[in-house]
Design a protein around this ligand. Structure first.
Ligand SMILES: [Zn+2]
Length: 363
C-alpha cells in the first residue's frame, strides 16, 4: 500500500516539493519513501515518510546489506534530513534565523482596508490581457535603461489614485528621489524641473493640488538601510497592511546563491498569497552583448526559480538602447512571458509621455 492522499498532501506542502536529501525543487518528479520499510513493519504515516527526488530515492534504496559498500542511510538520519528540509520551507520559522533574532517585526503601516478593487496596470490593454490578482508576485525585468522603474512609477500612481496603499522598498535609489518621480507622475509635472529646482507657478499649482495627495497614508518609502536583511522585506509584505509592495530592485536583495534565491522567492510567494498582497519585483538583467536579438529572454535569468515561482513575468525591451533607428525611438516593448491569458504576448508602448516620461499605449 502507499501513503494515503492526506499524508501525501501534508508532506508535499511541508517540503514545498523539494527533495529532502539534495534540496532540489523537483515538481512532479518526487516520490514518497518509507523510512522504515513496510516489510519491516513501517507504517503509511507522515512520520515514516520522506519526500525524495528520483535520483536520491534510488540512492537510498541502493544499499545492499549482503554486499555492504559505503555507508547506508539510517532511519534516524533520514528523519533528520527531512525535518531540516521541512523547517527550511516552514513559514513560522522564517524569522528564527539567528541573523534576525534581534530585529523587530514591522508594525502595520496602514490600517485594514475593506473591499479593495483589483490592482491595475495603468495600461488598459494589460488589465484585460494580464490580470493581477491579490497575492500574486509579479516580476518586471530588463536590462539597465529599459525604464523598469518609470514603468512601475506609473503603476504605483495609478493604483494610489484608485485607493490602494503602496510600500516602495528603495533598494537602489533614495526614497526622496523615488517620491519625487511618483509625485511628478501624479501631478503631471516634469520631474527634471523639480530636481533642478525650476518649478513654474503653474507646476507648483499642479504639485500642490495633485489628483491624490501622496503622503504617508497611501505611500510609504523604505530606505535601503532598513532593508539590509532579506527577512525584513518578507516582514513588510506580511505585516504592513499595504495592497502593493514594490521591490526596486531585487538585485539589491543580498542573497548568497541560487539556493537562497529559491528559498526567498518561495517564502515571498507564500507570504504574499497569505496576506493577499501584490508584490512587484524589479530585476536588472545582464544581457550578453554578442546577441543579434537583444530582447531579454528567460535564459538570461541566473536560475529557473524566477520562472517557476513568479505568477506574472514581464520583460521590458527598449530597442533604442541598442539600435539607431528613428522608428524605434521612444518605443518600449512589454513582453509578457508568464501570466497573460495568451503567452507570450508583446504590448508596444509609445512616447514617453512628453511631460512625465511615462509610456502610453502605441496607437
Ligand atoms: Zn534528491
Amino acid at each position: 500500500m502507499g501513503f494515503p492522499t492526506s499524508v501525501a498532501d501534508d508532506v508535499l506542502v511541508r517540503c514545498g516539493r523539494h527533495c529532502c536529501l539534495c534540496g532540489k525543487y523537483v515538481g512532479q518528479k518526487i516520490e514518497l519513501h518509507h523510512i522504515k520499510q513496510v516489510a519491516d513493519g513501517g507504517e503509511d504515516t507522515a512520520d515514516n515518510c520522506i519526500p525524495l527526488c528520483f535520483d536520491c530515492h534510488a540512492e537510498v534504496k541502493a544499499y545492499n546489506p549482503h554486499h555492504p559498500k559505503g555507508r547506508k542511510f539510517t532511519e534516524k538520519e533520514l528523519k533528520g534530513h527531512r525535518d531540516k528540509c521541512y523547517e527550511r520551507y516552514s513559514l513560522e520559522n522564517r524569522n528564527s534565523d539567528s541573523s534576525t533574532l534581534n530585529s523587530e517585526k514591522t508594525k502595520s503601516i496602514f490600517p485594514p482596508h475593506e473591499n479593495m478593487s483589483l490592482i491595475r496596470w495603468g495600461y488598459p490593454e494589460q488589465d484585460k490581457l494580464c490580470p493581477v490578482f491579490p497575492g500574486n508576485i509579479v516580476l518586471v525585468a530588463g536590462c539597465t535603461g529599459a525604464k523598469k522603474s518609470t514603468y512601475l512609477y506609473h503603476i504605483v500612481n495609478q493604483n494610489i489614485i484608485s485607493g490602494h496603499r503602496v510600500v516602495y522598498c528603495c533598494m537602489k535609489d533614495k526614497p526622496f528621489d523615488v517620491s519625487i518621480e511618483i509625485i511628478g507622475e501624479n501631478a503631471h509635472v516634469n520631474v527634471e524641473y523639480i530636481k533642478r529646482g525650476i518649478v513654474t507657478e503653474e507646476d507648483w499649482e499642479k504639485l500642490t493640488s495633485s489628483q491624490v495627495n501622496l503622503n504617508g497614508e497611501n505611500l510609504a518609502l523604505i530606505p535601503y538601510n532598513e532593508l539590509s536583511e532579506s527577512n525584513k522585506i518578507l516582514d513588510i509584505v506580511e505585516n504592513s497592511g499595504a495592497e502593493i509592495v514594490v521591490i526596486d530592485d531585487f538585485n539589491g536583495v543580498l542573497l548568497d546563491d541560487a539556493d537562497s534565491v529559491e528559498r526567498f522567492l518561495y517564502k515571498l510567494k507564500n507570504i504574499a498569497a497569505q496576506s493577499q498582497t501584490v508584490v512587484f519585483v524589479i530585476y536588472n538583467l545582464s544581457i550578453p552583448k554578442q546577441r543579434i536579438d537583444m530582447r531579454p529572454m528567460l535564459r538570461d535569468f541566473p536560475s529557473d526559480s524566477y520562472y517557476r515561482l513568479f505568477d506574472v513575468i514581464q520583460l521590458l525591451y527598449k530597442p533604442d538602447l541598442f539600435f539607431n533607428d528613428k522608428d524605434d525611438k521612444e518605443r518600449l516593448e512589454v513582453i509578457i512571458v508568464k501570466g497573460a491569458l495568451n503567452v507570450p504576448y508583446t504590448i508596444k508602448l509609445l512616447a514617453p509621455d512628453k511631460i512625465t516620461g511615462v509610456f502610453s499605449l502605441a496607437k
